[in-house]
Design a protein around this ligand. Sequence first.
Ligand code: PLP
Length: 400
Amino acid sequence: MTSVLSDRINQMEESATLAMAKKARELKAQGIDIISLSLGEPDFKTPKHIQEAAKASIDEGKYFAYPPVAGYQDLREAIAKKLREENKIADAKAENIVVSTGAKHSIANVFMCMINEGDEVVIFSPYWVSYAEIIKLAGGIPVTIEGSLENNFKATAKQLEEAITDKTKAIIYSSPCNPTGSVFSKEELEAIAEVVKKKENLFVIADEIYELINFTGKHASIASFPGMFERTITVNGFSKGYAMTGWRVGYICAPLFIAKACEKMQGQFTSGGTGIAQRAALAAISGDQTASKEMEKAYLNRRDLVLKLIQEIPGFKTHVPEGAFYFFPDITYFFGKSANGFTINNADDFCIYLLEKANVSLVTGEAFGAPNCVRISYAASEEELVEAMKRIKEACANLK
Ligand SMILES: Cc1ncc(COP(=O)(O)O)c(C=O)c1O
């Protein structure tokens, strides 16, 4: 029977992180005490002053109509100002900014606007789950270059140079990185920029969504380097740094012709982001940053706590992540080992084993292009983290 559904959707992989979170929720609903370390979601509440701004905007009654497709002008100006002052992207103006329904949507806009059938996009791997699926949806071909545990999972400019072909249209990375927590230094990004500049019409999509959770204290935006503004789409949003995942606000800063294209694209798909959420985003970006800084500090404490606990589990190999809120340990040590008739052949098996036997949910590295690893999100309370790591340690000790 021919499928009623399109090839497009039939060929798309489900988001592994959302699938794992769904599974954990189902088990929780059955009364099982699951600790979920699978979702990339801050466990903090959106700071009060941001909530208040949203409430005030409802009372004002001015933001109930369709918003301007590319976002409210004052929000676009505030974003451009932040990018000029903090990220040193001197050319950023309001007209370069397109506000969307989350960074994920911003990335979808960009690929839908830039990719033709057969165009290649180089993805720095391990990579965020959605990049490859969105590229394929747009007709493109994802080409990965791999970082390894030894170099903190950071693929290099040299690897990029080797991967570029006549068909390469763009490259994409996240820094700080989901799933590895690694942060590209200014020097590493400069080397990448030099490679990019050698090829005409090659663009960088710089996903900076974890910018505000960076323990190095140094965030580098590739768009700020000489000659790179015209070749870079900087993607960012409010979900992570302001604990605003559910508000769904993200943005790009792009050369004008790309910004215009994305505006046209979302004019046909969504008519732009929710008005009230944009007012909240304006308060977030232009208001007091103390709450964000405190969240960052809390993540750092948790990073150190989980690092210590991971190091106490024989068989886990990890680097020290410098940002975001993830560990990405290599767990190949457990492959071929068994407990209670359950054999671990790969990272998927390892995650299912931990979910069923330790009642802790993680995400398999397979989903991020690294089948020997698992992702542990430490966006959870210290109590939960201590208990989860204790359970993982015990379940791993049973594997022989
Ligand atoms: C690397 C990366 N980019 C983009 C996003 C999407 O963020 P948003 O909630 O703004 O759509 C995420 C969310 O998990 C992410 O980890």
